[in-house]
Design a binder for this molecule. Structure first.
Ligand SMILES: C[S@@+](CC[C@H](N)C(=O)[O-])C[C@H]1O[C@@H](n2cnc3c(N)ncnc32)[C@H](O)[C@@H]1O
Ligand code: SF4
Length: 333
């Protein structure tokens, strides 16, 4: 699948739920959250069919996300079926980490169960090492659980574990160096993410935004000039650097300030309520659940995918006074 601007689509990000056990300030609106009713959520069978169709069109990499994907019932049963789909070579999860250490069967954590089911990588969100600040950001006291979740992921032996930190002034700029040391001690890749205006309420403003450039300068003042790793790519939008004198790699995701951010975009998103979104930072979304439930053939659904890709924008709209119409939790980060 290729769009008008030469983006080749090989990566599908699949949100399986809009629900979450946390309430991060930048993701979830503060007003009372109403979850989507179950009948408006794609069943696992429907999701698997769409993944198979996407794979037939050239998608080889999947990331399962949400909401918090590990809160959805029978998620392991679902995940086990993905590696059986011809063409899918890589399955990853994005998670807040709170449930990774949960015991699923005797001696098996959620993390090791996912690993056994064929999941190769996990991205775990961790914005701070300070439990009190963690609670302020996420609305929950799950910091210790997340740290246990990270340990469980390490013990499970995933090919890759990344930690994701959203940059927030007055919240976690003092945490960048401690987080780097935390990641180094565990040989994990750490990535710093610029906050994006993705929510129904205004989450991003001039006072709380920290650019990746500012974060990089802050880090360089402690460690010296970071060494660009121009050859290293993970199929995603991060740019990676090495810390001088260490084998440690850190990444920056500068959706707001990196003008080349969208050039190599290879991604399409499927929301849990069956919308295909060609770009996170654009209003465009197309309801594939309707034809799916109306009995469309595989060929018709394939054409639907191709039509959506055809309408993928050149770049996101975040810098042009983008007014979010959907909260991040309902799109799938
Ligand atoms: C929406 S979450 C879904 C997966 C999982 N619940 C988690 O927290 O990792 C995926 C990623 O999006 C990030 N995120 C959410 N809202 C964001 C925002 N407004 N700007 C930047 N990143 C955001 C989260 O920090 C997380 O790393
Ligand atoms: S960022 Fe993840 S953990 Fe936080 S509210 Fe959003 S979906 Fe939940």
């Amino acid at each position: 699948m290729q769009d008008r601007y030469g983006h080749r689509i090989s990566y599908l990000r699949v949100s399986i739920t809009d629900r979450c056990n946390e309430r991060c300030t930048y993701c979830m609106p503060q007003e009372l959250q109403e979850w989507l009713p179950r009948e408006e959520i794609l069943t696992y069978e429907e999701t698997l069919r769409l993944i198979r169709i996407a794979a037939e069109l050239g998608v080889s990499k999947l990331r399962i996300t949400g909401g918090e994907p590990l809160t959805r019932r029978d998620v392991v049963h679902f995940v086990k079926q993905i590696p059986e789909i011809h063409g899918i070579r890589s399955v990853g999860f994005s998670t807040n980490g709170t449930l990774l250490a949960r015991q699923i069967t005797a001696g098996k954590t959620m993390a090791s169960t996912l690993r056994d089911a064929g999941v190769q990588s996990v991205n775990i969100s961790l914005d701070t090492l300070d439990p009190a600040v963690y609670s302020q950001i996420t609305g929950r006291d799950f910091h210790a659980q997340v740290l246990n979740g990270i340990d469980a992921a390490i013990a499970a032996g995933f090919d890759q574990i990344k930690l994701n930190t959203v940059l927030m002034r007055s919240r976690n700029e003092d945490q960048l160096l401690p987080l780097i040391e935390f990641a180094a001690a565990r040989s994990l890749v750490l990535r710093f993410i610029e906050m994006m205006p993705v929510s129904t309420t205004e989450v991003l403003n001039e006072n709380n935004f920290i650019s990746v450039l500012e974060a990089k300068r802050l880090i360089e003042s402690a460690y010296g000039s970071l060494i660009a790793e121009t050859e290293f790519r993970t199929n995603g939008p991060a740019t990676y650097y090495q810390i001088p004198g260490r084998a440690q790699r850190i990444g920056f995701i500068g959706a707001m300030t990196n003008l080349h951010f969208c050039e190599n975009c290879n991604k399409l998103r499927l929301t849990c309520d069956g919308k295909l979104r060609p770009c996170l930072g654009s209003y465009l979304e197309f309801d594939i659940m309707r034809p799916l439930r109306a009995g469309a053939s595989d060929e018709q659904l394939k054409q639907f995918f191709l039509d959506v890709v055809e309408r993928k924008p050149r770049e996101h709209d975040f810098r042009n006074n983008y007014q979010p119409n959907r909260k991040m939790i309902a799109i799938g980060g």
